[in-house]
Design a protein around this ligand. Structure first.
Ligand code: PHE
Length: 448
């Protein structure tokens, strides 16, 4: 017997829960570092286009599949197209979710570690260079990142244990506005930084000649990561959305919000990057090298830094919860496990993989695969192989395999004008998204 599935209480509740999954470290940690590595504004333009044009139809496909079948991605595909190979998309999605949540918990652990350091006023009296090197020292200790990652993982599992629909919804309603407020405060502060002009030019003035296949592909991967698509997390959340709520409205709201938060975060970070002489291509450490420098010179910086890392941690946990939930629901529905057992297995596996990620970053570590440490390997392969592939299979499924009438019901319910949207949306799902992803893939492996 399946236990009755939960559901979000209202459209607002559903939007806020989906928003919680979507907004997280992807916006505040990953977006600036990827934008920094890919030349700034030109990348950001492509990223916005990719989020709104390509990622939104994919998110809608995932939500529709989930709400139609009321199952995890694997089970949903099986239910909607019995006996075919499609369900392996769901299995691949679980691998993707595991890979992501493993390095995600490590970065969230950094945020927790920095929260601790902020409380202890540990950044006071340091030079910008010392602050910029702080994360490296933290990482090289080995035990610190593993410990904080574990704390974060346990908290995530705790929330999943109590049930996503109840806890998360309420939590997010308070959290999201706080996060925006915080970023706006940092943005205003950056007006007064020496590097303001340079930073803003970097974020807002695109040099279109910098756009090539690689930049577009990075933008695509970042859009997928940031919108939590391509691995079935959105399918599970879709399965909790009530009949009659408008999925396009939820997806559009969340996507616009997500893009705004990412760009805001860029505007808060880059002026400081240039002010404190930090290299914008510093990689995953960029934001953590920059932020404490900002707080140090800000009036009230002590409190602001505590608040910021606390909010960052909370934004991260509402995302990691959706990843762990996707894995747990899969184990529960496909292997008939109890929720408790599924959660214990997931937490154990993530602990092992997450520790490997954290330890692989320690200076001199031998956890190197193909010239990359495991952390980078997981980060890079998820956004440049696993998510695009998952997303491709998902839109192909929604556009070509899933019953058209079902897709129409899912996409048009709850909104009268949505009927007119169905034609163009289906065109995107059936043709435009798959062709764009496939072309970018072929370009990346050098075939075109
Ligand atoms: N979208 C989340 C973020 O931006 C990360 C995430 C990816 C969550 C995939 C769920 C699934 O932080």
């Amino acid at each position: 017997m399946h236990s009755p599935r939960g559901s979000f209480t209202s459209r607002f509740g559903a939007t806020v829960a989906v928003g919680g999954s979507v907004v997280g470290l992807g916006n505040i940690w990953r977006f600036p570092y990827i934008a920094g590595e890919n030349g700034g504004a030109a990348f950001i333009v492509v990223y916005i286009l990719m989020s709104l044009m390509i990622a939104v139809p994919i998110m809608l496909s995932e939500l529709s599949i989930g709400r139609q079948a009321r199952r995890n991605l694997h089970g949903a595909m099986e239910r909607l197209a019995p006996g075919r190979f499609w369900r392996f998309t769901g299995t691949m999605g679980i691998v993707t979710a595991l890979v992501i949540v493993s390095f995600y918990c490590v970065v969230a652990g950094w945020a927790l570690g920095f929260l601790g350091r902020s409380v202890a006023n540990g950044f006071a009296g340091q030079t910008p260079a010392e602050i910029a090197g702080g994360l490296k020292l933290f990482i090289d200790s080995g035990w610190r990142p593993v410990m904080w990652m574990s704390v974060f993982l346990l908290l995530t599992s705790g929330i999943v244990w109590f049930g996503v629909e109840k806890g998360i919804e309420r939590f997010n309603k308070i959290l999201m506005p706080l996060l925006v407020l915080m970023l706006v405060a940092l943005g205003v502060n950056s007006l007064f930084l020496e590097g303001f002009r340079e930073g803003m030019t970097f974020v807002l003035k695109p040099d279109l000649s910098k756009i090539d296949g690689g930049v577009v592909f990075q933008a695509l991967g970042q859009a997928f990561f940031s919108l939590s698509i391509g691995m079935g997390a959105m399918t599970v959340y879709g399965s909790y959305v009530k009949e009659g709520e408008s999925l396009p409205r939820i997806a559009a709201t969340v996507a616009v919000f997500d893009v705004c938060i990412a760009v805001l975060s860029g505007m808060a970070i880059f002026p400081a990057v240039f002010t404190f002489g930090i290299d914008p291509t510093s990689g995953p450490e960029l934001v953590f090298m920059t932020l404490p420098n900002i707080f140090r010179q800000m009036p009230g910086g002590y409190w602001i830094s505590i608040a910021f890392f606390a909010i960052l941690f909370m934004a991260a946990i509402t995302s990691s919860v959706s990843l762990v939930e996707a894995i747990v629901v899969w184990l529960k529905e496909e292997f008939r496990m109890t929720r408790r057992r599924a959660l214990a297995m997931t937490t154990g596996t993530v602990f092992l993989l997450g520790s490997l990620c954290a330890l692989s970053q320690v200076d001199g570590s031998r956890l190197i695969v193909g010239g990359m440490n495991i952390f980078d390997l997981f980060d890079k392969t998820s956004s440049s192989v696993l998510m695009p592939l998952g997303a491709l299979l998902i839109v192909l499924f929604a556009g070509w395999v899933m019953d058209k009438a079902m897709l129409r019901t899912q996409l048009t319910s709850g909104e009268s004008y949505a009927r007119r949207l169905f034609g163009p949306l289906r065109l995107m799902i059936k043709w435009v998204c798959p062709v764009v992803i496939a072309l970018l893939f072929l370009n990346q492996i050098g075939l075109i």
